[in-house]
Design a protein around this ligand. Structure first.
Ligand code: AMP
Ligand code: TRP
Length: 327
């Protein structure tokens, strides 16, 4: 069975972009592939984060993912720092990557811009991500469009390492969803929905109450020409709404556009579809929150499972690169 792997930072509550662009596809993939999902707490250390907050967000992210439909019977869900091989392999890959290629990473450029103090870990972030992927021989890496460059780097490092030291790693490929790869902010449809931008009205949180979802969709920014047409370039706000209804109902945005004359009718149906889409998640989350011990136990089982593959791959890489096997 094909192996898929993806990771999510424990950086706060999930929004609709995270769900439609990433997590929803993870849920679907667990039925088709050997799926491994990692809460990347070590990556969260690359920016300023309060220790207590990191701890609680890591736990909350596990809850969010389980509520979103990840089933521990069907996939492996674990916390990155619980499997020591991630940082061990990251070092071997740091000695494979070059400064030049890391400097070209657009996420590094964005996140370091305008700061006078940038953590070294922010620079090597994509190498740790490559370790996450390569440790599990993952063939397929489902991520949003913004992570394409990082997966390319993992491919490049795998190929370079294999050329230099002999066949060691499976070369991964990004799996980017065709629809909803970029869910846009409802208030600023030229920007993607993002937790790092303060736009409460433009961001639908995964566990927003129904009436809040309705209000946000009703207030979504569109345009004034009044024509319902899918055209992300010229009509970003309206096209975003069409995409949201399309992914929620399994149609194409153009098909959806054909069924509406008025923006108001479209908005009403988008709101309704989103409320229905997210209702079961909200219900599952409430049930899980009542049993924190069970969530912790699932994570430790996940780490034990992941650790078996991770240590085999690490030993393979360490041997190939010339590290002496310990006794
Ligand atoms: P982040 O919120 O940046 O940590 O991203 C977590 C995951 O959600 C990544 O796979 C992203 O590519 C995806 N993602 C984040 N924001 C969006 C968005 N607005 N539209 C689609 N996917 C997104
Ligand atoms: N960098 C990814 C993000 O910000 C998270 C991530 C870490 C990841 N390790 C990964 C994604 C491995 C896919 C595979 O979304």
């Amino acid at each position: 069975m094909l192996r898929v792997l993806s990771g999510l930072q424990p950086s706060g509550d999930l929004h609709l972009g995270n769900y439609l662009g990433a997590v929803r596809n993870w849920v679907a993939d667990q039925y088709e592939y050997d799926a491994i999902y990692c809460i990347v707490d070590l990556h969260a250390l690359t920016l300023d984060i309060d220790p207590e907050e990191l701890r609680s967000r890591t736990y909350e992210t596990a809850l969010d993912l389980l509520a979103s439909g990840l089933d521990p019977e069907r996939c492996t869900l674990f916390v990155q720092s619980h499997v020591a091989e991630h940082t061990r392999l990251a070092w071997l890959l740091e000695c494979t990557a070059t400064m030049g290629e890391l400097r070209r990473m657009t996420q590094f450029k964005d996140k370091s811009a305008g700061r006078d103090s940038v953590r070294a870990g922010l620079f090597t972030y994509p190498v740790l991500q490559s370790a996450d992927i390569l440790l599990y021989d993952a063939e397929r890496v489902p991520v949003g469009d913004d992570q394409r460059q990082h997966v390319e780097l993992a491919r490049e490092l795998a190929n370079r390492f294999n050329r230099r030291y002999g066949d060691t790693f499976v070369v991964p490929e990004a799996a980017i969803p065709k629809l909803a790869a970029r869910v846009m902010d409802l208030q600023h449809p030229e920007n993607k929905m993002s937790k790092s931008v303060n736009s409460p009205l433009g961001t639908v949180m995964l566990f927003d109450e129904g009436p809040d979802i309705v209000r946000k969709v009703q207030k979504a920014v569109t345009d004034t020409d009044g024509e319902v047409r899918y055209d992300p370039g010229a009509k970003p706000g309206l096209s975003n709404l069409l995409e949201l209804l399309a992914v929620s109902t399994g149609r194409t945005p153009a098909e959806v556009a054909g069924s509406y004359q008025r923006y108001g009718d479209l908005k009403k149906d988008v709101a309704e579809a989103l409320v229905e889409l997210l209702r079961p998640l909200r219900e599952r989350r409430a049930a899980l929150a009542g049993d924190p011990g069970a969530v912790t136990a699932l994570l430790s089982l996940g780490a034990a499972k992941a650790g078996i593959t991770a240590s085999a791959t690490y030993e393979r890489a360490a041997g190939a690169i010339g590290l002496l096997t310990p006794g």
